[in-house]
Structure formats: C-alpha cells, structure tokens
Write a protein that binds this ligand. Sequence first.
Ligand code: HEC
Length: 188
Amino acid sequence: MKLSPLIPYIAIACSLMACERNPKKTGYELLPDMAHSMPYDAFAPNPVTRDGKTLQLPPPGSIPRGFLPYHYGNTPEEAERAGREVTNPIPVTPASLARGKKVYETFCSVCHGDQGKGDGPLIPKFPNPPSYTSKKVQDYPEGRLFHIITQGSGMMASYASQISPEDRWKVVQYVQTLQHPHPVEVAK
Ligand code: HEC
C-alpha cells in the first residue's frame, strides 16, 4: 500500500491544533481519556479501600506465581535436613545439563573452577573452596547441594536472588556430573 504524501502535513496540522496561545488553557485534547485515566493510579490515595491506598498488599501467606517457598534455614543442621528431605523435581536431560553448565560457568566457576576443583581465577583473592570431588562434598545428597546454592555456605554467599530454583537444580545436576565419573542417569 502506498501512503499518501499528505500524511506528514496532516500530522503537523493535527499537532498544531493542540497548541493554544493562552498558557492557562490546555488546548484541544485529541483523546482526553488517555491523558486523564478513569481508574485510580497505582500510588494515588484511594477513598474506597480500607487503608486509603490504591495498590493493595497481597493477603498474608500469598505465594507469587512460580515462586517456590523454601523452609530451610541457613545453618549446617538445616543444610543436613535439606539433604535428607529435598529432592530434584527436574528430570536430568542433555538440555538440563547444558543449561546447568551455562549457569555454573556464569556464577560458580570463578571460584570453583571449570572442573569444580576449587581453583577458579578468583583464587587466591577469595578463600579456596573445597573441591567437589573431596570426600565431604562428594557425599552430599542433591538436596544439600541445592541448599548450598540457595542459602550459601560459610564464606560463600547465597545465589537465591540470582539463580531461579529451576536453574539451581540444573546447576546441581551439572555439579554432580563433575563429581562422579558416571554421572546421574540422563533421560532420553
Ligand atoms: C565468590 C566465590 C564463590 C562462588 C562464586 C561460589 N562459591 Fe561455592 N564456595 C565458595 C567457598 C569459599 C566455599 C567454602 C565455604 C566454607 O565452607 O566456608 C564454597 C563452598 C561450596 C560448596 C561446599 C559447601 C560445603 O559444605 O563444604 C559447594 C557444593 C559449592 N560451594 C557450590 C557452589 C555453586 C554451585 C556455586 C554457583 C552457584 C558456587 N558454589 C559459587 C566460594 C564460592
């Protein structure tokens, strides 16, 4: 379709129509409903609601969509309990391992090293983390690995705000492939 060459002139004429010499007057508004919206603005006072605010707090106990509540505190006892009780909900597939590797290389390998030996480029500026194949870490169940990423561990910070629960599980799966010569069973 060929646009009429008059369109720019019509547009300029329309904008000029909105101008007004008297600064006290707003001039002609083409679509007033868009400038002055009918609903209350999110942060405007509101005479209808009980607390006088437009934006309402979610009812106590609400859980945001896609959010997984996590009821394990930041102590070694809780890490152990998570190891006993928390299990991986995500099937291990080549795609999940590839994603886990990518997230691992983004967040973990700076300290833990590409192979998880505790020799990443940030060492020795940051204390040496244990190797994933050390006896202690190798024996950790999947839930405990998930817990460590979620809550942190000793000097290591929590990654809960940077890595979604789903991606945390994929990192756990990938870490397990670094820990064991015959990795976790991969679904076809
Ligand atoms: C800034 C450096 C740093 C980064 C980044 C980091 N870690 Fe660590 N990590 C450490 C240190 C240091 C320790 C030893 C903690 C301690 O016991 O004080 C550790 C410990 C661990 C342990 C063993 C905990 C234990 O109980 O001995 C695991 C498993 C682990 N990290 C996994 C990860 C994973 C997975 C990531 C990425 C999501 C990650 N770490 C990112 C520094 C880091």
